[in-house]
Design a protein around this ligand. Structure first.
Ligand code: URA
Length: 187
């Protein structure tokens, strides 16, 4: 099923991002995983390589995942709310999120994850419909369609806030991912 998503999606022209993208960025990781991570939209590296979270943000994300003993290639299916890079890395528009939603829904149905991690406000708004500050939302378990959902800071925010101190955004995100790992082990 994920293979057919890939074929159909890679030629999508449902919104204007199709005219500026290099590649439709669909996923990386394991389509059989119990954990799905959803980000915002591809950046320049992702657009070039055709894989989500492979630039600086992705490396920061992978490092934190490994620190809580989650293997990005084995334990997660990683994708974005929007599959094509917005010009100059601007936030995706409402219409772009709406145009891409059916691809995300197909991915959710195919992977059928038990737990979902949402990185950053765009992914939180796309899935949960909650508009709010990530400082309040992160680390608070939510529910969507019978699945446990954990909002976390976006890795690009962590790159802008590099403190390693206890209670700083990196430390809080590590705690949130550790809670996700524990939740997966409970099942
Ligand atoms: N930021 C995202 O939200 N997704 C990516 O794939 C890369 C950067």
């Amino acid at each position: 099923m994920t293979g057919s998503i890939l074929e159909a999606c890679s030629d999508c022209k449902a919104c204007d991002l199709a005219t500026t993208r290099q590649t439709v960025v669909i996923s990386r990781g394991n389509p059989e995983a119990d954990l799905m991570l959803i980000g915002e939209a591809p950046g320049a590296q992702e657009d070039m390589q055709g894989l989500p979270f492979v630039g600086r943000s992705g490396r920061a994300l992978d490092q934190l995942l490994r620190e809580v003993d989650l293997d990005p290639a084995r334990d997660l299916y990683i994708c974005n709310a929007v599959k094509c890079r917005p010009p100059n890395n601007r936030r995706p528009k409402k219409a772009e999120l709406a145009a891409c939603r059916s691809w995300l829904d197909l991915q959710l149905a195919a992977v059928d994850p038990k737990v979902i991690v949402l990185t950053g406000a765009t992914a939180v708004e796309a899935i949960l419909g909650i508009k709010g500050g990530m400082t309040q939302l992160r680390g608070q378990w939510q529910a969507w369609s019978g699945r446990a959902v954990m909002p976390i800071f976006h890795p690009s925010y962590l790159l802008r806030n590099p403190s390693k101190a206890a209670g700083a955004p990196i430390d809080l995100t590590r705690q949130d991912l550790a809670a996700v790992r524990r939740r997966l082990c409970e099942r």
